[in-house]
Design a binder for this molecule. Structure first.
Ligand SMILES: [Zn+2]
Length: 243
């Protein structure tokens, strides 16, 4: 069994390094500011990306981890562009969940432009369930892991517009979360950078801010990040939530 020091409150998965920062970074910072531990797992090294090498992106992911204040960031190598749904890949994701034993998991949304995002979504969703099965044996560093099923799975919003089920007020963490995104310097606009990709256009980060402003507007806040729930949230303190 792994030491309890690795337990985190939230574990965020992304198909590629930078998925998490782009889609739910400000929410993760909010959770960290609430005194909770957050870990991130990149499922691939992003080696098929148009910009940056796998090595550059690894260094950038480590920088983002330090800037954001995650407890830990782990990178799997499940194959950029070939993130297939296999028993082996499912087991790899379960091993990470059992290592960190989170209450809350964040994952790519099931409906997305990039095929890897959709495959990652299904892999993580199934791993969240299967990691709770006692008879499903996994090992880490030669030790058998205890079963653990996270309580909540949320999908973040990426390229496609999806109607969020809940919107997190990120007014206080939005600006700081930008530093986590900008750690991935190879991916975004720089003077003279080419070739032009969807995300290294000069306007990309402005567009991202516009969406955060739009989601914020829906809840009367400056900035918001949208999440899709996988089960209906129960309310125990009605007036606390709807104050
Ligand atoms: Zn991605």
């Amino acid at each position: 069994m792994k030491p309890s020091s690795e337990n985190v409150y939230a574990l965020a998965f992304g198909a590629h390094p930078d998925d998490v920062e782009l889609a739910c970074g400000a929410t993760l910072l909010k959770i960290i500011n609430e005194g909770k531990r957050v870990a991130v797992c990149d499922l691939t090294r992003g080696e098929l990306g148009t910009l940056g090498t796998a090595e550059t992106r690894k260094a950038e992911a480590e920088d983002a981890c330090r800037i954001m204040g995650y407890t830990e960031r782990v990178g799997l190598d499940l194959g950029d562009g070939k993130l297939f749904y296999t028993e082996e890949n499912l087991q790899a994701v379960i091993t990470v969940i059992r290592r960190f034993r989170p209450r809350v998991v964040f994952a790519n949304p099931p409906d997305e432009r990039h095929p890897d995002h959709m495959k990652a979504s299904k892999l993580v969703a199934d791993a969240v369930y299967s990691s709770g099965l006692k008879q499903l044996v996994t090992e880490l560093n030669g030790c058998r892991q205890d079963a653990h099923r996270p309580s909540h799975l949320f999908y973040y919003v990426q390229f496609k517009h999806l109607n969020p089920d809940i919107i997190i007020d990120i007014s206080e963490t939005f600006k700081a979360s930008r530093n986590g995104i900008l750690a991935f310097g190879s991916q975004f606009y720089r003077e003279g950078s080419e070739p032009e990709t969807l995300i290294n256009r000069k306007e990309f980060l402005t567009g991202l801010e516009a969406r955060a402003r739009y989601f914020g507007e829906q809840i009367g806040a400056l900035y918001g990040e949208g999440l899709l729930v996988t089960r209906t949230p129960g309310i125990t303190n009605f007036s606390g939530l709807f104050s």
